[in-house]
Design a protein around this ligand. Structure first.
Ligand code: ZN
Length: 131
């Protein structure tokens, strides 16, 4: 597994990492198989969703915050329980098919690194299973 750095700048945000993953695929001359993305953090996540209209990620963040408020009946002493819960809801891995050197994504799909307890310096693991 190789890692790329992701610098976040807000407490919660979605960062479009599609081009970073595409350049990893290109740089490593990957042709056909499965790309695994893995977030080695407990308060961040990775997901695939709409890349054309920024209101979509805004709506996801807003409604996640409604479902899991920052302040609440939490016992975890770091004060970031909402971020841990959101990380588990969204998940820390994604598989994306690669065909003829290209990520197989739908027209409107983008890959997002999801920050829930930033700003921080984060890492995203990328590995590849060739077929
Ligand atoms: Zn914590």
């Amino acid at each position: 597994m190789e890692f790329i750095n992701v610098q976040t700048s807000k407490r919660t945000e979605f960062i479009d990492i599609t081009e970073s993953v595409r350049s990893f695929i290109g740089k490593n001359d990957i042709k056909n198989g499965l790309c695994l993305l893995f977030v080695p953090h407990t308060t961040a996540a990775v997901t695939i969703n709409e890349g054309a209209d920024p209101s979509v990620t805004r709506d996801i963040l807003k409604h996640l915050a409604g479902m899991v408020p920052y302040q609440g009946d939490y016992q975890h002493s770091e004060g970031n329980s909402d971020a841990h819960i959101k990380s588990s809801i969204i998940g820390v891995s994604e598989f994306i098919s690669v065909e003829q050197g290209r990520l197989v994504l739908g027209t409107w799909q983008a890959i997002y690194f999801c920050e829930f307890d930033g700003p921080r310096s984060r890492r995203l693991g990328i590995s590849f299973l060739s077929s």
